[in-house]
Design a protein around this ligand. Structure first.
Ligand code: GLV
Ligand code: MN
Ligand code: MN
Length: 409
């Protein structure tokens, strides 16, 4: 058999077609999980898969599986994919690349009439981003048993719309009970989202593992009062306390570099009224580090700082540590396969640790799992300027195809 080659132009055009859904005026993508735009993107993926002789299955959290049968009915599938949802300020490649590279693999094999021994499954996970419904990686969490389906269905967005309602209204509530599918292995291609590969002129990042991250939702409770007559010393201002906490988070994150980070990303304030001192402020934070114990230490440091702020400002702070991810070490044998596969294509590789969360973190305990990265221009992501040159996307998809063929042989 001639070695199948991915079609770089088709891969790029497919990205640009997908980017029309939820396109923002500044050239980015806004397809938040289980929105109308996400549903449209999912429908387009299914349209693209229709001529490829794939069997579609969907579970009750909306995860999509598109299966290509192999010649051996007795072996588990080689699975690969990523996510189509984005953050509100998303770009055109985060997650999308892993799904569309997987689609390109299926297209190439279909056109070549090539049947692998093991079945193949293309996967689109629900709500990887977690910006509308927390936590991130929700679909893969439920699939892996890290979170119950019932708990996930009950989560509401900032407008009070639940995951359950959104699955139904977007037509994405499938009949399958989420559970592991007996895969022999899992691969995810993704953009790096950082500056390392570009800076070192590497073509492919071999992701050896991920950071450990800890997500915290804080509720800071003070007391509403009038901004005029209430003297400064009598105030219990939740917004001012939140401001101090945000700066503490940033200080802790700066001190933890280069291996750690800390971020405050979301705020909700009440009464949020011009004449009133704030009474309830909710804040979302996360701390992360390559070393698990150091991530825990960052959280302890933050909690200590918050206790001091709480006492001094006489505000109550409730901390909901609602989710974590990682650390994960990806499968070394798969890492070697990806490295050798890339080298055989004359591509320069570099080992790298993922600082962002990925569905692969949840799948790694289920079966041997690995990720490959392609470079991100200027390391920019979760931003409309997110960009990867077509040639790099093509390299990543080719390495994915070569590795899949090796694993499913
Ligand atoms: C999600 O992708 C995260 O890194 O928090
Ligand atoms: Mn992603
Ligand atoms: Mn993302």
């Amino acid at each position: 058999m001639t070695i199948p080659t991915i079609d770089a132009d088709r891969l790029w055009a497919t990205h640009m077609d997908m980017a029309r859904i939820g396109a923002t005026a500044d050239g980015g993508s806004n397809r938040q999980a289980l929105s109308a735009e996400d549903a449209e993107a999912r429908a387009l993926l299914r349209d693209w898969c229709a001529p490829l002789d794939l069997r579609f299955e969907q579970d009750a959290i909306g995860n999509m599986f598109l299966r290509r049968e192999g010649t051996d009915q007795t072996t588990g599938a080689v699975a690969f994919g990523s996510h189509l949802d984005t953050v509100p300020t998303g770009g055109r490649f985060d997650g999308v690349f892993g799904v569309l590279a997987a689609l390109e693999v299926m297209r190439v094999l279909h056109a070549a009439g090539h049947r692998t021994r093991a079945p193949l499954e293309l996967v689109n996970w629900t709500n990887e981003e977690g910006s509308r419904f927390r936590p991130a990686m929700m679909g893969s969490r439920v699939h892996a048993g890290n979170m119950t389906l019932e708990a996930a269905l009950a989560i509401a967005d900032d407008q009070g719309v639940t995951v359950s309602d959104s699955l139904r209204s977007s037509g994405q509530a499938g009949p399958l009970t989420p559970s592991p599918r007996g895969w022999t292995c899992w691969l995810e291609a993704h953009i790096e989202q950082g500056p390392v590969l570009e800076a070192e002129a590497a073509d492919i990042g071999i992701v050896t593992g991920t950071m450990h991250a800890r997500y915290l939702q804080l509720t800071i409770a003070g007391e509403p009062s009038h901004v005029g007559p209430t003297t400064m010393d009598r105030r219990r201002d939740s917004l001012a306390a939140a401001a101090e906490i945000i700066l503490e988070v940033e200080r802790i994150g700066r001190a933890a570099e280069p291996l750690g980070r800390a971020s405050a990303t979301w705020i909700d304030n009440a009464p949020n009224a011009r004449g009133a001192v704030s009474a309830i402020t909710r804040l979302h934070c996360d701390v992360r580090h390559e070393l698990a114990e150091s991530a825990v230490a960052l959280e302890v440091e933050l909690r200590t700082a918050m206790a001091a702020i709480s006492a001094r400002r006489r505000v109550a702070i409730d901390t909901d540590p609602y989710a974590t991810f990682g650390p994960v070490a990806f499968d070394a044998r798969l890492g070697t396969l990806l490295r050798d596969t890339a080298a055989a294509r004359q591509l320069v590789t570099r080992d790298i640790i993922a600082a962002a969360g990925h569905d692969s973190v949840l799948i790694a305990p289920l079966c041997p799992s690995a990720m490959l990265f392609v470079p991100s221009r200027d390391g920019i992501t979760h931003n409309p300027r997110e960009y990867t040159i077509p040639e790099h996307l093509a390299h990543g998809a080719q390495v994915l195809l070569d590795a899949v063929l090796d694993l499913a042989r």
